[in-house]
Design a protein around this ligand. Structure first.
Ligand SMILES: C[S@@+](CC[C@H](N)C(=O)[O-])C[C@H]1O[C@@H](n2cnc3c(N)ncnc32)[C@H](O)[C@@H]1O
Ligand code: SF4
Length: 265
């Protein structure tokens, strides 16, 4: 099965029609950041300098979710900002959104067991390494055992939810892409994803290993689904100006952060 698709728009012909007629578009999916607090300090995190105690109140979170449903949003991703599971009403808010008929995705670092599997369509764990020492070096916390126990517990208990294991490739873990694949396969995750640090520059030895892995996983049937996030690797290798004017995708997905501000991308 293909877990992350680039042809999603074709499953929403009414949105495609609006776009073709230049009518106002409603996003298919929205991301909601419940908090900017985090219990890790991943060296690569693009929200690093925004981490603070901002929390979306439960009341406002529910109001925002009501608005999403009212305008016709179909899917909601809980991510950050910070770590979504740190919100005190995390479970209640997820249940609230699910009861309103939204498809729910969760991106989490896995320190806190997400006891919400029944309400989720998918969950992605940002694991980064299957080696405890590397994990600690990247994420600055000694929680490898806790996180991996939580991932395994979710996989054992799951019914319909799709569970992925992700690594952001850094100078610390680039030589572990194949180990991460083996680990995700061993614990019976549904997919393994590796992706770049956004807007970064890798050294030649890192690129060599990344390209070896991309070539391997793009050209073999490896059993476990592997998402190599090709568009992101191509983006950071191409220094040239973008070949398109404007991005229609910005009308189809957006984010509301823990202060209630809206972002298009
Ligand atoms: C910002 S985090 C928030 C959710 C949660 N704290 C977590 O880490 O899963 C969302 C996702 O963005 C990824 N991420 C953070 N900084 C990134 C960067 N500079 N480049 C690429 N991915 C990044 C994380 O690995 C994670 O999968
Ligand atoms: S756990 Fe998520 S939000 Fe926290 S530092 Fe890491 S990537 Fe950033």
């Amino acid at each position: 099965m293909q877990y992350i698709r680039t042809d999603k728009i074709f499953y929403h012909p009414e949105r495609l029609n609006c776009w073709l007629k230049s009518e106002m578009l409603v996003p298919i999916t929205m991301e909601l950041h419940l908090t900017n607090k985090c219990n890790m300090r991943c060296g690569y995190c693009f929200f690093d300098d925004m981490h603070n105690n901002d929390i979306l109140s439960t009341e406002n979170a529910k109001k925002i979710i009501d608005d999403f449903v009212q305008i016709g949003v179909k899917g909601l991703i809980f991510s950050g900002g910070g770590e979504p599971t740190l919100h005190k009403d995390f479970e209640g808010i997820i249940k609230y959104a699910s009861d309103l008929g939204l498809d729910i995705g969760l991106i989490t670092n896995g320190i806190i067991y997400p006891d919400v599997l029944d309400y989720l369509t998918w969950i992605r764990f940002s694991l980064d390494s299957c080696d405890p020492e590397t994990f600690k070096r990247i994420k600055k916390v000694d929680k490898f055992t806790r996180v991996t126990e939580n991932i395994v517990k979710c996989i054992e208990k799951k019914k319909d939810v799709t569970i992925g294991v992700q690594m952001v490739v850094t100078e610390e873990n680039y030589d572990q892409i194949f180990d991460m694949f083996d680990y995700a396969n061993k614990i019976r995750a549904d997919y393994f994803q590796f992706r770049p640090i956004e807007n970064t520059q890798y050294t030649n030895s890192v690129w060599h290993e990344i390209n070896r892995a991309r070539d391997y996983f793009n050209n073999r049937n490896t059993g476990l689904s592997v998402i190599t996030t090709e568009n992101k690797w191509i983006e950071i290798t191409s220094n040239s100006a973008k070949q398109y004017k404007g991005c229609p995708g910005a009308d189809l997905i957006g984010a509301v952060d823990a202060r209630g501000d809206f972002y298009i991308c």
